[in-house]
Design a protein. Structure first.
Length: 73
């Protein structure tokens, strides 16, 4: 698999993570590390740091950029 890099600045150090699917009007969150499944098949997310997500769209090419905001704990 090819190395991933930032499409904006070319930085080759990207941190893997996953996005919690929030429902019922809650905000989606980004969680550090590989997703692990619990005994009922859902993702384990208790006691993990979660970051709010901001999304921006380029007005010229429509590319979306997602940014995880530091939770500040």
């Amino acid at each position: 698999m090819a190395e991933k890099s930032c499409s904006s600045c070319g930085n080759e150090t990207l941190e893997p993570g996953w996005i919690v699917d929030a429902r019922q009007g809650l905000e989606n969150k980004w969680v550090r590390g590989a997703m692990e499944r619990g005994i009922f098949g859902g993702p384990k997310q208790a006691f993990k740091d979660k970051w709010e997500i901001e999304a921006y769209r380029c007005t010229q090419c429509s590319k979306l950029e997602l940014y995880a905001l530091d939770p500040g704990y």
